[in-house]
Design a protein around this ligand. Structure first.
Ligand code: ADP
Length: 172
């Protein structure tokens, strides 16, 4: 099986090639992990984001990491949970896949994801963690290049959910 791990951390502290931001479609900053990343990266990040002209739900765009330890920030826009019958799962999967594609295109070898959409966007964490792990696992299995992926959880409860899902993976 591909190496995937989960940690409890503030994502801005992680020393990886890229951290992923659960942004909103304006890419001009927000609360939650987005706010934390912009505060830690400094104002140059907002300036870089202005040049990107927003991002559609399920897509991703990349900037430098500025003051962060991470060299890059990959900004992706997760779906707002509206009960589960509005394409949320496919859009969430697309966030992980498009982020990994960008990482590959920029020779990124280590990447950390927050639990996209599970804060203010309301995606139930038990479901979102399954989509996250399955999407990343499938993508890594199909890729010849090794990319180390970390799921960065903000609470012990979220970490427990990810650890349970990771423990249930089948060898591929
Ligand atoms: P969304 O709008 O996609 O739901 P949020 O930022 O509200 O984005 O929440 C996404 C996830 O990020 C939640 O699980 C939240 O607890 C977590 N989170 C918030 N701040 C941080 C941080 N500094 N580092 C890692 N995860 C964070």
């Amino acid at each position: 099986m591909r190496p995937l791990d989960a940690v409890r951390a503030n994502i801005v502290t992680l020393e990886v090639d890229a951290i992923v931001n659960a942004a909103n479609s304006s890419l001009l900053g927000g609360g939650g992990v987005d706010g934390a990343i912009h505060r830690a990266a400094g104002p140059d990040l907002l300036q870089a984001c202005r040049a990107l002209n927003g991002c559609k739900t399920g897509q991703a765009k990349i900037t430098a990491g500025f003051r962060l330890a991470a060299r890059h920030v990959i900004h992706t826009v997760g779906p707002v949970w509206r009960g589960g019958a509005h394409g949320e799962e496919a859009l969430l999967r697309s966030c992980y896949v498009t982020s990994l594609e960008l990482a590959r295109d920029h020779s990124i070898e280590s990447i950390a994801f927050p639990s996209i959409s599970t804060g203010s966007y309301g995606y139930p964490i038990e479901l979102a963690a399954q989509v996250a792990v399955a999407s990343v696992d499938a993508w890594l299995t199909a890729q010849p290049l090794p990319v180390a992926v970390t799921f960065c959880c903000f609470s012990e409860a979220d970490l427990a959910v990810y650890e349970t899902v990771l423990a249930q993976r089948r060898p591929s």
